[in-house]
Design a protein around this ligand. Structure first.
Ligand code: ZN
Length: 339
């Protein structure tokens, strides 16, 4: 995943930590118990779920292509689903009445019960063996592949839990696989909840901002620009189309040659939400997450600052501003533009 805009990262979900959480730490009784349970879950091996309720079907593919803005006719012309839809077919839905247990559930439940209530997804890798075909019912199979920890992270102490899902097709052959990893963590206490033991004069080093953007080959130019106070937009070297978020290939002409422009740093609110809940580490709620339309013709997701949340409106004029979140990280944000 190569999203450069930090506000598009999934917000970690946290519940209040029980105050009676037993002590963790490497080699503690709790740590041993968690690793014993993990070994047991790994030993269960691959457990099959039920075949998908709906077969691979044209209406769901059309909705997905529409939502993604993918106009490639190849999928329906050839009677196959876009490979990246793989999870869609076997998602259980919110109001399911039958709960199928997988080897992952007991591990996650035990981590939650012992105080590791926060969760944030850290890795997802999908491998596609062949496209799923129209009419086919896929069957997911899950195996728990390991627990690593305890680790001290910027979010708090936690364990990394990894599992693998394989989707089997009608011929019982693997269609796709996914490796998924989450961090289950004990949320750090908020400053306001800490006992005021230390002398207030003492200057604490600035806490590292916990949500770091994913910087990779495709997005490094964007973050270099941010450090220089420039809002850079990726541009196809061949057809000239601008695109954001940055990616490896031009969606218009499929060229992998790319360069960038420096935008004017102006924009208008295209759409926005006011985030009240859940709590986000390192941020105070409420805050505004907006889709900002640039005069150059692309949209970008970011926070609106220096403005009461109830004063934000669609069409509002903005200018880019750059905020130091800690000693190293600068994030681009948006402030009202004086006209
Ligand atoms: Zn192009």
């Amino acid at each position: 995943m190569t999203e450069p805009a930090p506000m598009t990262e999934p917000a970690p979900m946290t519940e209040p930590a029980p105050t009676t959480a037993p002590a963790a730490g490497p080699g503690s009784a709790l740590d041993r118990e968690l690793h014993e349970l993990a070994d047991k879950q790994v030993a269960l091996g691959e457990m099959r779920g039920s075949p998908s309720v709906n077969p691979v079907n044209e209406p769901m593919i059309r909705h997905w292509l529409d939502a993604m803005g993918d106009t490639n006719p190849a999928y329906l012309d050839q009677g196959v689903a876009p490979p990246a839809m793989i999870q869609v077919w076997t998602m259980p839905g919110l109001r399911r009445d039958v709960k199928e247990r997988s080897p992952v559930d007991d591990m996650i439940a035990r981590l939650t019960d012992t105080g590791f209530t926060g969760v944030v997804a850290t890795n997802c890798e999908q491998t596609y063996h062949r496209p799923a075909r129209l009419g086919e019912r896929l069957t997911p199979a899950t195996r728990f592949s390991g627990l690593v920890g305890p680790k001290q992270t910027a979010l708090g102490e936690g364990y990394f839990a990894t599992w693998n899902v394989t989707w089997y097709g009608d011929g019982d052959d693997p269609v796709a696989e996914m490796m998924f990893r989450i961090l289950k963590f004990r949320p750090r206490q908020r400053a306001s909840e800490k006992a005021p033991e230390k002398a207030p004069e003492r200057q604490e080093p600035k806490q590292p901002y916990p949500l770091r953007p994913a910087v990779n080959e495709d997005t490094a130019f964007f973050w270099e620009g941010v450090r220089k106070g420039e809002l850079r937009i990726q541009r196809c070297s061949d057809c000239g189309e601008l695109r954001h978020p940055p990616g490896p290939v031009c969606p218009s002409c499929r060229s992998a040659n790319r360069t960038h422009i420096v935008s004017s740093g102006e924009g208008v609110v295209y759409s926005y939400v006011v985030h009240h809940h859940p709590p986000v580490p390192g941020r105070e709620t409420p805050f505004v997450v907006a889709v900002v339309e640039l005069p150059e013709g692309v949209r970008i997701v970011g926070n609106i600052v220096d403005c009461p949340t109830d004063a934000v409106g669609i069409g509002m004029s903005l200018r880019a501003t750059y905020r130091a979140m800690d000693d190293e990280l600068i994030l681009p944000m948006w402030a009202p533009r004086e006209t």
